[in-house]
Design a protein. Structure first.
Length: 209
């Protein structure tokens, strides 16, 4: 038997990110991890990851983010406005980022195929992963994106993490993720929220009161 600890957060959210980074750093220090993969939606999060996990003693850090020119939408008094998401294109010019490889690509489990049409199979995969943690979908997709882009190789043992979730994973490409011989394996959950307060928050109805 192998006994390992899992760190549980009381709630989901970015407020757990620093503790996630420390948990990843502790696990990577054991020496059997070949790369660190993170999905980062903001430059601030990427900078913190580089600060905590950079250095020669750590496995190489790879950063995955949204495709170039990706936006989210926010309702305001003036109507709906677009908010840029992902890392700036010039992030590699910042100190500490010179040797960091960054992938910008669409999320493979995004269920939108054409406007107003969703792929139920992709949505099912994403929602199944969210039964464990809202961040686990990003963690898994980050590995496939990094592997498809050539930043890591199929079969490598990596730690992938997002704001409040981290896992030890055997990497695979996106189109072989479910293959029996070369597919992905999730070996360990390093940390996760114990209550899914964001991704599966339950709306209270009158019948519940």
């Amino acid at each position: 038997m192998i006994r390992r600890e899992t760190l549980y957060f009381a709630t989901e959210g970015r407020e757990n990110y620093e503790a996630t980074l420390e948990a990843v750093r502790s696990r990577a220090a054991e020496g059997d991890i070949e790369a660190l993969i993170t999905f980062s939606a903001t430059a601030e999060g990427a900078r913190l990851a580089v600060t905590v996990l950079g250095g020669e003693s750590m496995p190489p850090l790879k950063i995955v983010t949204y495709r170039s020119e990706a936006v989210s939408f926010e309702q305001s008094e003036d109507g709906v406005k677009e908010i840029p998401i992902g890392l700036p294109l010039d992030i590699n010019s910042e100190p500490g980022f010179e040797a960091i490889e960054v992938v910008r690509a669409p999320l493979p489990f995004s269920e939108v195929v054409v406007l107003n049409y969703s792929d139920p199979k992709l949505a099912g995969i994403r929602e199944a992963l969210r039964l464990v943690s809202g961040g686990l979908g990003l963690v898994v997709q980050a590995v496939t994106m990094a592997c498809d882009a050539g930043l890591i190789n199929q079969g490598q043992r990596v730690v992938s993490f997002a704001a409040d979730t981290a896992a030890v994973i055997t990497a695979s490409h996106g189109d072989t993720i479910f293959f029996p011989n070369v597919g992905m394996e999730i070996h360990e959950i390093i940390c996760k929220p114990i209550a899914l307060t964001i991704s599966r928050s339950r709306r209270v109805t009158e019948d519940d009161e």
